[in-house]
Structures are given as structure tokens and as C-alpha cells.
Design a protein around this ligand. Structure first.
Ligand SMILES: *Cc1c(COP(=O)(O)O)cnc(C)c1O
Length: 505
């Protein structure tokens, strides 16, 4: 059970309860672990002493020959043999890096050690349900490629969750976007409006289809595409808009849909970060012509790699299916009607996806709870603004807990990483990267958000102790960054309104 290269005999950690301070010092000095487990004559655990305990006693008048009985505390940390690795790990922290392991009679039998800085990942898939069961079932069935019963079940389950009639499972979210554009007949000579603040795949799909992305600015409050900017960017060549529901927040759909209707534009929703989010009571994905989802491991639900197109339109669904499967005619095998792709999902992926769908509401609820805890814990900090969660008509979900930070965002991300907390800065404004610069229409707000945004670890493992660690780093970093400035007496507090206004200016 012991971890690390220095596995050693448990006896070298033990010290009898009849010993003196000098005896414990010798044990600690020999084992190099900084602590000793105190046991009685029957090897039963009586306490744990660290070199810090000894030092403090000697500095307050203790003598080397004093017995150790009075040093023992009533409470100390240990683990039972039958406990899981995860349970033991949960007791390890900045101060406690080693635990005695005892049997039912409290006799010490082993120890558990973990000195590596524990890294809290930004995202962790939750695979506690039927994922493994369905996956093994698919495996044992030998239907491991893109035919098999799980694909259709996953497609139906996901489409109906989104309130759509058709679901088409594909290899990943980028394929889903590419297929949506192909099925809508978008290609060379066409323009597709895309928000400037998004993951690059939203724009790449347009380029893959041979069309031209037109990058437009986002709203300062929702961080999603700004309908006013979209309207200004419409040209005679515009054929579609890819609306991105960024970081779980639905875009401002009413004005977008009416603009699209007025100018005869298709609406593709990039829902890769917003499974289950709602606009005016309807789930995203079914609001436009095609909804595209990703099931990459850090998304709301996952199947390793995977994606899905959903739609209400049978003709579009058929076209997506045909392009997904090498462009082959559904009626005549090996007869190719268009130059297609192999963008299929495997039965193995779909098996995991179906199990995820059984628990999607619970998964979303867990994420919501984590975000609420963040909001409560980090609320007292100035200079931190959470993603708005009560915009009119919109019901956001929690993908990654996201904030705007006033101050040195990159320094903060670095300090959090040094503390073992993995954070993400927001996406770069697409237009700032040379390969996308030729496609910029407007991106002033996007650029400001991009340098201020930070995403925090968001999984059910983010308990109070992790939030406390984050809080401590943010607190010291925020005061450290303002400490050098003589005009700022304390932590500079910027109201939510202040930050939003500075975004607009
Ligand atoms: C993740 C993501 C994608 C791409 O999904 P993949 O499955 O990784 O191809 C597209 N758009 C957005 C906004 C995303 O976050």
C-alpha cells in the first residue's frame, strides 16, 4: 500500500509508548519520514508524532529524557486496512503526507504515503454508472466498430433529451459542425458568421467546408455572440451563423433567430459546452437548424471522443448520415452520391454515452452544486466576477466555473498551478491569432474578456478543502498584485457593474 520509491519496513516508523523524546527523535532521524507512529506493547496505535511536535516541546522547556505519553494527542489521522486508495488519499494534504494503516484491532500493519503535490484537474469525467457495464457488453458482443445496438439507442436518447426528432452520432464535436455545414450545402464562396470568442473548432469547421468564417464580437454580459454585431456583419454571401453557447451560457437566441429568418440564414448551434442549457424553456440544440455537441472527456458528458448532430429536419438528418458514412447512398450499398467522410462513432463510445445519458441530470446537478459552492466561498473576494447566471430567458448550465478577474490573470493561473490547482485561462480571441486574423469583423469585447477570464476546476471532487486552497491563493495574489501600488491601500474591489462597464468602453 505504501507509495513512492522509498518503500521501507513499517517497523522503522514505530516507537514504543514507553519511550522518551530522545527515543522518538532517534526513530524519526533514522526513518527520514519526519514522523513516528507510537504503539503499545501489543503494537496498537496510540498516536503519531512529527518532528514539529518534538521541536515545539523542546522549545517550551521539554527535556530529552521526558516520556512521550504527555505529547500524544487524543486525535490523530490513520486509515484502516479495508479502506480504499481514494479514502486514504483524501486524508493526505499539505501537512499530512503519511498515514499509519491499522487492522481491526488497531494494530499498525502498514503505512500510506503520498508526497507528490496533489493536482486538482480542471475536469474529471464522472463514470460511476453503467458506463463500464455497457462498454464490456459492447466489447463482448464483438460489435466494436460503428454498427451495434448502442449507437441507435444513444442517438435516440440524446435527441429526445434535446427535444429533437433526429440524432446522428459522430466521431467528435468538430465533425458534427463540419457535417452540419456540409448537409446545409455550405461551401466555397459562402460566408458563415462565428463568434470571435470560442474554441477554434467552431471556425475550423467553416474552413474545412471551404467557406469563409466571419468573426464577430460577443456580448459583454453573456460572453456569447452579439446579435447587433452579427447583423452588421451580414453580407450577400452570408449563408449561416454558428451560434456558440459558450461555457454553458445560451446565446441570445430571439434576436439571432429573427435576423436569420429575415436574411434567410441557417442557424447552427455549437453546443459543445452547453448540454442541457435552455433558452426560453427549450433545450439548446433544437433552437436552430442543426445542434452540434461534443463528448470529449472534459465536456459535460463524455464517451472519450465523440459528437452528435441533432435536428428536427429529416432531410438534413439523412444528408448528415450520408456524409458521415463515406457519402454512400443509404439505398444502394457502395454507390457514392457525394464525396463523404468517415466520421462515424463506434459502438464502444456509444455504450459509454448511453450510460452517461442515464445520469445526465445528476451530473448537471453535481456541477451546479460545485458552482454554487464556488460562488459562496469566493464571494468575499474583490476583483472577481462570476459568469452571470440569471440572464433573461436563459438557463445556463455549469460546464467549467468561469470568472473574470481584475488583475494579473496569467500570474494567478501560474500561482494556482504551482499550488497544484489546474486552471484555464479563457480561449484567446480567435482574431488575435495570425491564421484567423484575416477573418475578423469585430472583436473588441472578446479581446478584453479573453485576457481576464479564468476557468476553475469543476468536478464533484471540488470539496471545501480545495475551495479553501483556491481562496487562499486568490487572496494572496490579489493583495500581492495591489501591494506594489501605493495608491491602493488594500485589496482593490471592483464591482460587477464596474467590470461590465469597462468591457463596454
Ligand atoms: C470542445 C469544443 C468543440 C470541439 O469538440 P471536439 O469533440 O473536441 O472536436 C467545438 N466547439 C466548442 C465551443 C468546444 O468547446
Amino acid at each position: 500500500m505504501s507509495l513512492g520509491p522509498n518503500m521501507m519496513r513499517i517497523d522503522t516508523l514505530l516507537c514504543p509508548d514507553t519511550g522518551t523524546i530522545l527515543d522518538v527523535m532517534q526513530v524519526i532521524n533514522a526513518n527520514q519520514k519526519g514522523c513516528a507512529f507510537v504503539v503499545d506493547a501489543d503494537r496498537r496505535l496510540c498516536g503519531v508524532l512529527t518532528d514539529g511536535d518534538i521541536r515545539r516541546r523542546l522549545l517550551t522547556g521539554g527535556q530529552l529524557r521526558d516520556g512521550i505519553g504527555s505529547l500524544l494527542k487524543r486525535e490523530f489521522v490513520f486509515a484502516y486496512e479495508h479502506e480504499s486508495y481514494e479514502q486514504m488519499l483524501s486524508r493526505i494534504n499539505d501537512k499530512i503526507t503519511i498515514l499509519p494503516i491499522v487492522n481491526d484491532r488497531m494494530q499498525v500493519t502498514d503505512y500510506f504515503e503520498c508526497r507528490a503535490k496533489l493536482t486538482v484537474p480542471v475536469a474529471l469525467p464522472d463514470l460511476r454508472g453503467n458506463e463500464f457495464k455497457y462498454l464490456t457488453d459492447a466489447f463482448l458482443s464483438t460489435w466494436i466498430s460503428s454498427r451495434g445496438c448502442y449507437i441507435e439507442q444513444f442517438e435516440q436518447s440524446f435527441a429526445s433529451y434535446c427535444g429533437c426528432q433526429y440524432g446522428i452520432a459522430v466521431s467528435n464535436g468538430t465533425c458534427a459542425l463540419h457535417l452540419a455545414l456540409l448537409a446545409l450545402g455550405i461551401g466555397p464562396g459562402d460566408e458563415v458568421i462565428v463568434p470571435d470568442l470560442t474554441f477554434a473548432a467552431s471556425a475550423n469547421a467553416v474552413l474545412h467546408a471551404g467557406a469563409r468564417p466571419v468573426l464577430v464580437d460577443v456580448e459583454p454580459d453573456s460572453w456569447c455572440i452579439d446579435p447587433a454585431e452579427m447583423e452588421k456583419a451580414i453580407s450577400p454571401r452570408t449563408r449561416a451563423v454558428i451560434v456558440v453557447h459558450l461555457l454553458g451560457q445560451p446565446a441570445n437566441m430571439d434576436p439571432i433567430l429573427s435576423l436569420a429568418a429575415r436574411h434567410q440564414l441557417y442557424v447552427v448551434e455549437d453546443c459543445a459546452e452547453a448540454h442541457g442549457a435552455e433558452y426560453a424553456g427549450k433545450k439548446v440544440g433544437g433552437l436552430g437548424d442543426v445542434g452540434c455537441f461534443s463528448f470529449y472527456a472534459n465536456k459535460v458528458i463524455t464517451c472519450g471522443e465523440g459528437g452528435m448532430c441533432v435536428t428536427h429536419n429529416a432531410t438534413i438528418a439523412d444528408k448528415i448520415r450520408m456524409y458521415r458514412d463515406h457519402g454512400m447512398s443509404p439505398r444502394k450499398k457502395y454507390w457514392h452520391e457525394v464525396v463523404g467522410y468517415n466520421y462515424r462513432m463506434t459502438n464502444l463510445q456509444a455504450a459509454i454515452g448511453l450510460a452517461q445519458m442515464e445520469r445526465i441530470d445528476d451530473i448537471l446537478e453535481d456541477r451546479h452544486r460545485v458552482e454554487s459552492a464556488y460562488r459562496r466561498r469566493l464571494f468575499p473576494l474583490g476583483g472577481l466576477v462570476f459568469q452571470p447566471n440569471r440572464l433573461a430567458n436563459r438557463k445556463k448550465i455549469t460546464w467549467l466555473v468561469s470568472c473574470l478577474l481584475d488583475g494579473d490573470r496569467d500570474g494567478m493561473v501560474e500561482r494556482l498551478r504551482q499550488e497544484g490547482i489546474d486552471c484555464r485561462p479563457f480561449f484567446y480571441s480567435l482574431g488575435q491569432m495570425p491564421i484567423y486574423a484575416p477573418y475578423v469583423f469585430s472583436n473588441a469585447v472578446s479581446r478584453k474578456l479573453s485576457v481576464r477570464g479564468i476557468m476553475f476546476p469543476t468536478s464533484r471532487h471540488c470539496d471545501q478543502s480545495i475551495l479553501d486552497r483556491i481562496f487562499r491563493v486568490l487572496l494572496t495574489s490579489i493583495s500581492a498584485s495591489s501591494a506594489g501600488d501605493a495608491d491602493l491601500p488594500e485589496v482593490q474591489r471592483i464591482s460587477e457593474k464596474g467590470i461590465l462597464e469597462s468591457m463596454r468602453s
